[in-house]
Design a protein around this ligand. Sequence first.
Ligand SMILES: [Fe+2]
Ligand SMILES: [Fe+2]
Length: 176
Amino acid sequence: MLPTCPYCRAEIESDQLPPRCPSCHAVLIKAAETQKADAPTVKKAELIHWEDRFSLGITEIDTQHQRLCELINDLFRAVRFNAYGENFIPRAILQLREYTIFHFNAEEKIFKQSSYPKSDEHQKKHDEFIHWVQTLENNYKESVIEIKPLLKFLVEWFIDHTQRIDREYVPYLNKK
Ligand SMILES: [Fe+2]
Ligand SMILES: [Fe+2]
């Protein structure tokens, strides 16, 4: 049986899905990956679950890290379930970029008021990540990209950055 476009139901004559439906031009890679689920299931679905052990013990930062977690989950739900409509994917990427910039600025402001010796190095890591999200945003706009492996990267980045890199500044803030 030929695969059909989930939007216009046109049959697609290729065993490898083309990036866009030849009939209605809807993006197919993400559409083909989406799963059907009822609203409560979608709402509950998480790629990364915030745990108390993630806390750095700094309320402002913990709240921001939790929000980052939520934004990654929003993007995941948009990709996995096509939740909130397809336009939500670029919106979720944009929100993630904007909020990450806000969070990084808050951290960098704290560094400046502390004796944390690795602030330049840390800031470089922030810049690299912003560059990564920016590239994702541009690639998504220009063409179809396989977003699933990027979600995996996001989770790994979140754990590594908040639990390894960010933890390094905590003793300097407490000592201040
Ligand atoms: Fe952080
Ligand atoms: Fe950081």
